[in-house]
Design a protein around this ligand. Sequence first.
Ligand code: ATP
Length: 223
Amino acid sequence: MIRFEQVSKVYPGGQKALSGVSFHLKKGEMAFLTGHSGAGKSTLLKLISVIERASAGRVSINGHDVAQVSPAQVPYLRRDIGIIFQNHQLLMDRSVHDNVALPLLIEGFSQKEINKRVSGALDMVGLHGKEKHNPIMLSGGEQQRVGIARAIVNKPPLILADEPTGNLDPKLSMDIMGLFELLNDAGSSVLVATHDLGLIARMKYRTLTLKQGQMLFAEEHQL
Ligand SMILES: Nc1ncnc2c1ncn2[C@@H]1O[C@H](COP(=O)(O)OP(=O)(O)OP(=O)(O)O)[C@@H](O)[C@H]1O
C-alpha cells in the first residue's frame, strides 16, 4: 500500500526531517509510528498525503510513485486517505455536521446519504446529538473527535492519524483505537503516529520507530 525507499526530506531553510527512510505498510495493515518530538513523524505522514514532497528517494502508494502525481491530481489521491491532523483543522464557522460532511460533498453524495453517513460517523466517535454545534463550542477532545469523524466518514482505504488521542482521556483513547481496529477489520490500512507508548504496548501492532529522522525498527512482525 505505502512504500518508502530511501526517502529523505529537507525543509526549505535546511532543516533535515527524514534521512534514508525505507519501510512498507501492507494493504490492510495497521501499524504505529513512534519517536520523540521532532523525530519526523508528521513529516512522514505529510509525504504520504502529498502535503509535502520528498527531497530524495521514492514514496509510492499502491505502486504509484507520488512524485508523478501533479498538483491537480493531488485532491483525487487524498480522497482515498482519511487524515487526522494534530490541530484538527476544522472549519470553525461551520457546524459539526458540515465539517464531517465535507469529504462526502466533494464526492457528490446525495443529501440523504450525507445525513445518514454523518450521523453514523458521529455516533462512532461518541458525538451523537452534536451535529448542530459549532466546533468552537466543543472541548479540545470533542473537536479532535469531529476531525476523526470527518476522516473516516467516507470509509477511506487508508487512514493516517497524527496523535489522534493526544487530547483524550485513556477510556476515550481506547475507544478511538477500537474504532480504528474496526475500520482496519473492514479493510482500511491504518498508520497511527503517537508518543503514547502505553497505548502501543496495549495493542499488538507493528511499530515503526523514528529517531532523528531515521527509521530504527520497521520489522514485519514485532511483538
Ligand atoms: N514546515 C517546516 N519547515 C521547516 N522545518 C520543519 C517543518 N516542519 C517540520 N520541520 C522540522 O522537521 C523536523 C521533524 O518534524 P516533525 O513535525 O515531522 O516531527 P514529529 O516527530 O512529528 O514531532 P512532534 O511529535 O513534536 O509532532 C523537526 O526538526 C521540525 O522542526
